[in-house]
Design a protein around this ligand. Structure first.
Ligand code: SF4
Length: 142
């Protein structure tokens, strides 16, 4: 008798498009001199060597954008049922109109922000820099 139980593959975990620079993360884009993000069309994962080099100088999250599995409740941006980052950016920029065409993107089908908001998220996405903290000045010895 034929086995009638079919295993269905669980849907892939949505990807956070503003993740940390860690081995295995996807390099999503490169931040340009004007502060916007040049999104990469091809999916490329970074390795330990890239991560080590990228941590020399300014933090990599100021110079690149990365994507990795959405941590949901493991992330302070999770509001209970969605990511708060893209909601806040759109609320802060209600009149912003992005480019007519969606930016190139290697993760669109799995992106948490795109799943939440759709194309509107992609309009503001190239303006988002993950690490906006100021560098901490060195403490002078007394
Ligand atoms: S918001 Fe749009 S452009 Fe940005 S990472 Fe997600 S799918 Fe790509």
């Amino acid at each position: 008798m034929e086995n009638s139980v079919h295993q269905t593959a669980s849907p892939p975990t949505p990807l956070c498009p503003s993740a940390r620079c860690e081995p295995g993360a996807i390099l999503l884009g490169v931040i340009q001199a004007d502060g916007s993000v040049a999104m990469l069309a091809q999916k490329q994962r970074v390795d330990e060597f890239f991560v080590k080099l990228a941590h020399e100088g300014r933090t990599p999250e100021k110079r690149f954008r990365f994507a990795d599995s959405c941590l949901k409740s493991g992330c302070q941006q999770w509001t209970g049922n969605r990511c708060g980052v893209i909601d806040r950016v759109l609320a802060d920029n209600p009149d912003y109109v992005g480019a007519a065409e969606l930016p190139a993107c290697s993760i669109r089908s799995d992106c948490r922000w795109h799943q939440q908001i759709g194309a509107q998220a992609c309009g503001v996405c190239p303006l988002i820099v993950t690490d906006l903290t100021e560098p901490v000045p060195p403490v002078c010895p007394a």
